[in-house]
Ligand binder design. Structure first.
Ligand SMILES: [Fe+2]
Length: 298
């Protein structure tokens, strides 16, 4: 089945996903999706939501966890829920196209809030001296950890959002502080630390369920296992597993990335440093799992 690009009413591109509205009327929307390889896409239940949601695969493959294993949707296969009562997270292993049909309109809400906030996260990382794929790298390593920990679809979806968006609150930190080449004053550092709470507030304001659930994780990503982190000085199990994962992964990526003012360390040096801070900065169980995955980390 060929879809003519001229048939699209409106198209948005969100990090490896093309979403195009093909038709809408009487509340029903038909939306074309094209996912790049390795992209995850989710269906999630929403309170008060009674819509039929239907997928028809045009090309490629979508794999999703079901029971103890996985199911695969191939070209010509369909999938629907009426309504969606649990979380489903799909992954494309090759470029995959599908039609998504819903009986309640979501296109504008969905594309605008998610699109906007993900672009915001990438733009802020660049202003902070990272390369464009910092968010994606944190995201990939976090998902590797979540899968290793046996997270269910809902946990994976929320971790997916939180890891990508962990530093989005930096958008509210003045650039003069974010890009200051010299050491921050005590006062400036207090403002910098607020990016955690700003991030939570920003995600909550979207009212998109998975972003709202990611909000407290984002707020906790600089907490430390020994209670010396910020913003609340939470310790040990008071810090969510998801935030503990992002803390390790974010540090690892920061250590191994070349920044404007310093060259990144080698993988071995960074892993040693993570191990050295096991039980002080980082949750020891999370460090152990991270180190056990080192062959999959680059
Ligand atoms: Fe941060």
């Amino acid at each position: 089945m060929d879809i003519n690009q001229k048939d699209f009413i409106e198209t948005v591109h969100v990090r490896g996903v093309q979403i195009s509205l093909l038709a809408s009327g009487d509340g029903t929307e038909i939306i074309y999706h094209k996912l790049n390889p390795g992209i995850r896409w989710a269906l999630e239940p929403t309170e008060g939501w009674t819509a039929l949601e239907y997928l028809y695969i045009l090309s490629g493959e979508l794999k999703y966890p079901a029971g103890n294993g996985f199911k695969v949707l191939k070209a010509g296969d369909s999938f629907f829920r009426n309504p969606v009562a649990e979380h489903f997270i799909f992954q494309s292993y090759q470029t995959t196209e599908f039609l998504y049909i819903t009986s309640q309109p979501i296109f504008h809400h969905y594309s605008k809030s998610t699109h906007y906030i993900m672009d915001l996260a990438v733009s802020i990382e660049q202003k902070d001296g990272y390369t464009v794929d910092h968010c994606s790298r944190i995201n990939r390593l976090s998902m590797l950890m979540g899968e290793e920990l046996g997270f269910n679809a809902k946990q994976l979806l929320v971790l997916n959002k939180a890891s990508f968006l962990h530093d989005v609150g930096k958008v509210k930190v003045p650039l003069s502080i974010l890009q200051k080449p010299t050491k921050l004053t005590a006062e400036e550092w207090e403002i910098m630390k607020k990016h955690t709470t700003y991030g939570r507030e920003l995600l909550e304001s979207t009212q998109v369920p998975s972003l709202v659930e990611a909000a407290p994780i984002v707020e906790q990503h600089h907490e430390r296992y020994d209670g010396k982190g910020y913003p609340y000085g939470l310790k040990k199990d008071e810090i969510s597993v998801e935030a503990s994962i992002i803390a390790v992964v974010d540090s690892y990526d920061a250590m191994t990335t070349d920044r404007v003012y310093q060259k990144g360390r080698s993988k071995e040096e960074a892993l040693e440093e993570i191990f050295r801070c096991r039980g002080t900065m980082y949750n020891p169980d999370i460090v152990d799992i991270f180190l056990s995955l080192q062959n999959k980390i680059n």
